[in-house]
Design a protein around this ligand. Structure first.
Ligand SMILES: Nc1ncnc2c1ncn2[C@@H]1O[C@H](COP(=O)(O)OP(=O)(O)OP(=O)(O)O)[C@@H](O)[C@H]1O
Ligand SMILES: [Mg+2]
Length: 237
């Protein structure tokens, strides 16, 4: 039997905590392979906490959760890098290393994830830069790039290990509308190639322009547009 149809993310009766505070409870949803899902909700409603739990930055204490076929409840610290290698993680603040070139930023991640062959690293770096439309930028320093271009490098970095899912936490938050739209088009393209995307956003216009399933954090619960109707407009502040 093949396991290829199992969801990339599967949560059952999960509680999300920050220290002793319960942020979200009774969380139940799956994200299928190749699916695109938005995560919305007011500031402080738990979007980042949920994403952090999914990439094992916050421990899973209650309920069952599987991400990329790793059971989060049983995950040992030593296994976290192996889980992360299957994920692409993108934050609002870019977190590029500003003391080295674009190619060196990407090489740093490849070395840290076991790519010991220099020519293979070089090949992979040029592939991902091509993918995000920045093939000419390999030898530039991050400060020589615009904010939108820097974010494209971050997306390229997230794609290095061919993730099964991208977790993106407000990836367009600091970008002007035209640049944000370019990043969204890139996400759509990545998604069309089979990578699932779970993206936290406050940007209602983007959701209108690129409609997809929506998960909404509200009053300590996660609502799912696949399961129930809810007010989409309210909850972007
Ligand atoms: N590091 C932390 N330590 C303790 N509590 C935290 C921490 N980070 C967030 N919280 C709390 O957890 C709750 C959920 O915060 P979270 O950052 O997940 O919200 P969010 O939906 O991502 O908000 P935003 O839209 O502003 O990014 C809030 O009450 C917040 O104060
Ligand atoms: Mg957040």
């Amino acid at each position: 039997m093949s396991f290829s149809s199992s969801p990339v993310v599967s949560l059952r009766d999960v509680t999300i905590y920050q220290d002793v505070q319960t942020v979200l409870s009774n969380v139940n949803f799956d994200v299928e392979k190749g699916e695109f899902v938005y995560l919305v909700g007011r500031t402080g409603s738990g979007k980042s906490s949920l994403l952090k739990t999914l990439y094992a930055d916050l421990p899973l204490q209650t309920g069952n959760a599987a991400v990329a076929e790793f059971q989060l409840g049983k995950l040992r610290r030593k296994q976290v890098p192996f889980l992360r290698r299957k994920l692409g993680i993108i934050f609002q603040d870019f977190q590029l290393l500003f003391d080295r070139t674009v190619a060196e930023n990407l090489a740093f991640v490849l070395k840290a994830t076991g790519w010991s062959d220099k020519s293979k690293r070089k090949q992979r770096i040029s592939e991902v830069l091509m993918r995000v439309g920045l093939d000419a930028a390999a030898n530039k320093m991050p400060h020589q790039l615009s904010g939108g271009e820097q974010q494209r490098v971050v997306v390229a970095r997230a794609l290095l290990n061919e993730p099964v899912i991208l977790f993106a936490d407000e990836p367009t938050g600091n970008l002007d509308p035209a640049v944000a739209d370019g990043i969204m088009k890139l996400f759509q393209e990545i998604n069309n190639h089979g990578t699932a995307v779970l993206m936290a956003t406050h940007n209602y216009e983007i959701i209108q322009r690129y409609p997809q399933r929506v998960l909404k954090c509200e009053n300590g619960r996660v609502l799912d547009s696949k399961v129930e109707e809810f007010n989409l407009v309210n909850g972007y502040q």
